[in-house]
Structures are given as structure tokens and as C-alpha cells.
Write a protein that binds this ligand. Structure first.
Ligand code: AMP
Length: 420
């Protein structure tokens, strides 16, 4: 039988109702292949990136099992644990699970670092059905005895490659030691380097393997183009391109946090609404920027690779690679921010004199030569540095004048007092 609807998947009626209400009509390929095996409690290895529907692929069968085999969780324990590399991804998974589980009355908690631990500890104290966590804060709370993983029956590692890249391997190993061996384990990764192969070998028991190759997902739907441009002209090219109003909801990628801040400054200088998200920004600042971007209050979001992983914002019209990523796989993740859930999208990359080698690696991975565009005539822009310097001098002059004036005023007052 071909699966054309969620109603063919033997999911609890409470789940399919939530899917209907949220306009999920047809399962995506990874959902069609994962859900039946996961309902049979098989272990699972999914090679898939965000945008493929992988969250629902693991969340629906796990929520189904938690709902149809109800148990009251003991204090501080959880029955299912989802590990995610970043706070943004953890929040996004939690938001999706809340939607799917809206008719199930299960307890769900999300924990991540960068915010106060007390509300998280309180939420965990009664025990939960589903815990979504980043490894660092989870381990921290476990070490303080606020979380006990001895009742976990379902474990999901999402974006495992990114967790290893971010140096979580030790935390993950420590966490694994506390989870019972008898469990269902799911591992999702966008890429399959040997480190992930080893991790999968040590955690999974005879898993079902599904590969939703990212190239197929991205290359087909996303219009990709390239400008060869010298580093010093990238700013003017960006400003010129953003004159086109069709480039509406856009993520601009920078290789470094410092570079992201500089791009934000430059865009603000051009009067373009923007904000940055990267590891040096507080959790509140990141969430605020993301919310403003989602609501369309800002037109552009400037991000580094790690911060952008897992961002799920609808209708992103363009991804601009201001710098090419140092890891070629990140190109696929970056451009996957657009053209989500069947919509169209464009990815524009800038390649400067030092990035030719990176471009070669990217094109090898995507098995495709990105079409080169002729550089448009660039806006004649005053260098920002010069403008900033000039402004600084003007501000200094103004401050000095104000200081002199207040000094004279004070002297006059003193003189007046002395005269009296
Ligand atoms: P994910 O790959 O899990 O990050 O999902 C990407 C986006 O597609 C999210 O906004 C989901 O809500 C949406 N989505 C996932 N599966 C479906 C589906 N079968 N029908 C419609 N939208 C979906």
C-alpha cells in the first residue's frame, strides 16, 4: 500500500487529529519510511537534515508509544529523552512536539543553558514523559541530582554530527552511562562521517537505516547562484542586492561571530533592518532576534553556522552566503533554511579571492557547478570605517563643546556665589 496520508500510519487518532488541524496532509519520505519501523520499536539511523520533516518522523511514533502505554513518571525522571545540539533546535523540537501532542495530555519539559535553572528544576521535579535537552545543561542538572535518567525507554539524538562538532562527545558518553541499555534509540545526522558511524555502532541495535540525501533535497528546489567578488567589495554587493525588494526574508551567513557583527553594523548603516544570532549573544537576545525575524519585523538575520542550525522559519526567500562555509557540508545546511516544506527559495553565494578552494569542495559535495552571475554595478558606498571615524570626531567635538560650556557655566556660578 502506498502511504498517502497520516491516517494510513496506525498513529493514535489524537495525533492524526492534531496533524489535520495543523494542515499536515501527506507524510514526507522520511516520515513514510521511519514511522512504521519506529512504531515497531526498532532502533533507527536517519541521515537527514532539517527541512525533511525529520522531527515529526521521530516525534510522532514516540509520542504515540508514550500515550498508548501510559505510566506515571517518578519525580525527576523522564520516559523519553531528545538530545539536541543547540538551544534553538531544542526549542524548535519542543514547539513541534507540543503541536503534535496537543490532545495527548503528556508532560513535556525543555532544558538548555544560558537561562536560570530553577524553573527547569521545578518542572522536572514531578517527572515528565518527554524531556528535550541540550547535553551541557542536562549533565549539569544530572550532576546536581535534579534529573534521573534511569527510567528512559526512548532516546533520540538529533543532529548528532553537530553535537560531535560542538565537542559534546564526552557529555554524551557520560549521559549514556546513566540510561538503561534496554531502550529504543534513534540517531539523526545530516552527514555520516566516521565518528558518527562509530557512535551509531556503539548506541544502536540492528537499526533501520534511512538516507534522505541532502543533495537531492536541496539541489532540486533551491535556485543557487554565485558571485565572484573581491573581499573588499562584498559589502557593496550585499547592499546592492538588498535594493531588490524581492530579496525579502533573508538569512545572511558569516563564517565568524565578529564578521556577523560587522555585517549587522553595515546593514544598519544602509537602513536595512537586521539582527545577529551567534554564540556570543545571550539566549534572550537570540530568541528576540529570531522572533522578530519570524514575525517579519526585521528583513535580514545574520547568523553563524552553529547558531543557525535547526532554525525553522517559514518563507525565507533567500540565503546569502557572505562568506563560504569552512566545512563544505555546512553549505547544504545553510541553503536548506530556504525552500522548506515545498516552497521555493534562492541561495546566493559570494566567493572571494581566498575562497576558491572552498567553492571547489562545495561543488564536489553537491555534484553541481553553481551558476556564476555577472556582478552588478555596485553602489558607490563610502567605506563604513571612514564614516565611523568622522562621526567619532564629530561626537568628540560636540562633547568637548558641551564640556567647555558646562565648565564656563560652573565657573560663572562660583563667581556669582563668591560675589554674594
Ligand atoms: P523538520 O525537518 O522536522 O525541521 O521540518 C521542517 C518543516 O516542515 C517544519 O516547519 C514542519 O512543521 C514542516 N513539516 C514536517 N512534516 C510535514 C508534513 N508532512 N506536512 C507539512 N509540513 C510538514
Amino acid at each position: 500500500m502506498t502511504i498517502t496520508s497520516f491516517h494510513h500510519l496506525d498513529l493514535a487518532q489524537e495525533l492524526t487529529r492534531a496533524l489535520d488541524e495543523n494542515n499536515y496532509k501527506t507524510p514526507t519520505p522520511i516520515q513514510m519510511s521511519a514511522i512504521p519501523s519506529l512504531l515497531e520499536k526498532r532502533d533507527f539511523l536517519g541521515i537527514a537534515q532539517t527541512g525533511t520533516g525529520k522531527t515529526a518522523a521521530f516525534a510522532l511514533p514516540i509520542l504515540h508509544q508514550l500515550f498508548t502505554e501510559p505510566r506515571t513518571p517518578k519525580p525527576c525522571t523522564t520516559r523519553a529523552l531528545v538530545l539536541a545540539p543547540t538551544r534553538e533546535l531544542a526549542i524548535q523540537i519542543a514547539d513541534n512536539c507540543e503541536i503534535y501532542a496537543q490532545h495527548l495530555s503528556l508532560r513535556q519539559v525543555t532544558i538548555y543553558g544560558g537561562v536560570k535553572q530553577k524553573p527547569q528544576v521545578q518542572a522536572m521535579s514531578q517527572g515528565v514523559d518527554l524531556l528535550i535537552a541540550t547535553p551541557g545543561r542536562l549533565l549539569d542538572l544530572m550532576q546536581q541530582s535534579h534529573i534521573d535518567l534511569s527510567m528512559v525507554t526512548h532516546l533520540i539524538l538529533d543532529e548528532a554530527d553537530r553535537m560531535l562538532d560542538m565537542g559534546f562527545v564526552r557529555d554524551i558518553k557520560k549521559i549514556m552511562l546513566t540510561i538503561p541499555k534496554k531502550r529504543q534509540t534513534l540517531l539523526f545526522s545530516a552527514t555520516m562521517p566516521s565518528s558518527i558511524n562509530r557512535l551509531a555502532g556503539s548506541l544502536l541495535n540492528d537499526p533501520v537505516k534511512i538516507d534522505v540525501t541532502p543533495e537531492v533535497v536541496t539541489v532540486r528546489k533551491i535556485k543557487q547562484t554565485l558571485y565572484k567578488i573581491s573581499k573588499k567589495h562584498k559589502r557593496a554587493l550585499l547592499a546592492t542586492l538588498l535594493q531588490n525588494e524581492e530579496i525579502s526574508k533573508t538569512i545572511i551567513f558569516s563564517r565568524t561571530k565578529h564578521g556577523a557583527n560587522r555585517i549587522v553594523k553595515e546593514l544598519e548603516h544602509e537602513g536595512i533592518t537586521t539582527a545577529a544570532i551567534h554564540g556570543n549573544k545571550s539566549q534572550t537576545a537570540r530568541q528576540k532576534a529570531l522572533e522578530a525575524f519570524k514575525k517579519g519585523e526585521i528583513r535580514t538575520l545574520v547568523a553563524t553556522d552553529i547558531a543557525a542550525r535547526g532554525i525553522d522559519v517559514d518563507n525565507i526567500s533567500h540565503v546569502i552566503n557572505y562568506d563560504l562555509p569552512s566545512e563544505p557540508e555546512s553549505y547544504v545546511h545553510r541553503i536548506g533554511r530556504t525552500a522548506r516544506a515545498g516552497t521555493k527559495g534562492s541561495a546566493i553565494s559570494f566567493c572571494d579571492e581566498g575562497e576558491g578552494k572552498l567553492l571547489g569542495l562545495i561543488e564536489k559535495i553537491i555534484k553541481f557547478q553553481i551558476p556564476l552571475l555577472k556582478t552588478p554595478e555596485l553602489l558607490k558606498l563610502e567605506p563604513l570605517e571612514k564614516e565611523t571615524k568622522e562621526r567619532k570626531v564629530a561626537v568628540k567635538k560636540k562633547t568637548n563643546n558641551a564640556f567647555q560650556k558646562s565648565k564656563i557655566k560652573k565657573q560663572r556660578t562660583r563667581l556669582g556665589k563668591n560675589r554674594r
